[in-house]
Design a binder for this molecule. Sequence first.
Ligand SMILES: [Zn+2]
Length: 217
Amino acid sequence: MSTGVLLVDGLSDPVPVDPNSIFLDTIPPSPDSTPPGERAGKAEPQVSDRPIGAFILSLLGGVLILAEGAILAALSSAVGSAGCVGCSEAGQVIGGVGAFGVLMGILVVILSVILLARPENHLGLGIAILVFSLLSFFGGAGFILGLILGVVGGILAIVFVPEDDETPLPGDPGWIPARAPDWPCPKCGAWVSGFSTVCTRCGTARPAPTTAQAVGP
Ligand SMILES: [Zn+2]
């Protein structure tokens, strides 16, 4: 059918590339590349470049804190205008609590968004999320769940390990060059792009690297 067509797509493009200058920032998405679970000494199987879990938990916590604050603030005017003895004061207290909750919720939401955008500041942002989530105790606590989610999200943000710290360097076990040299298929002899880990003609896997990158610790 169309087996030969795939080979035309610039598999052996002649652009000269210095493998030392571009490594790791141009890795194409390849399902066959080195499995990420092999990082030595790390219990966590996946290392993301962004603290997704911390972001989601903090965001949910902030929204809950904000929601309860808003409900309390809305409730305060109803209570305050009920006309009973002490209702005016009670309404003011509820309103104050609600306003504080709204403020804490907004802060946690904003911080969680910043956390997603700037994961390198995860430590300070995580501490701030943690503190404001705890402070939301005085603002309704986001139905309790909001406080808990915010605290957990803040802790996750604090302990988050940015992928940059984890990026294997040349010589590390997980390191693969971004632009490996083109390689000849041992089975059918076709030249295959270094981006591909299997032969595009017959599907044979790329042989283990034999050059200097194989020297491990
Ligand atoms: Zn082949």
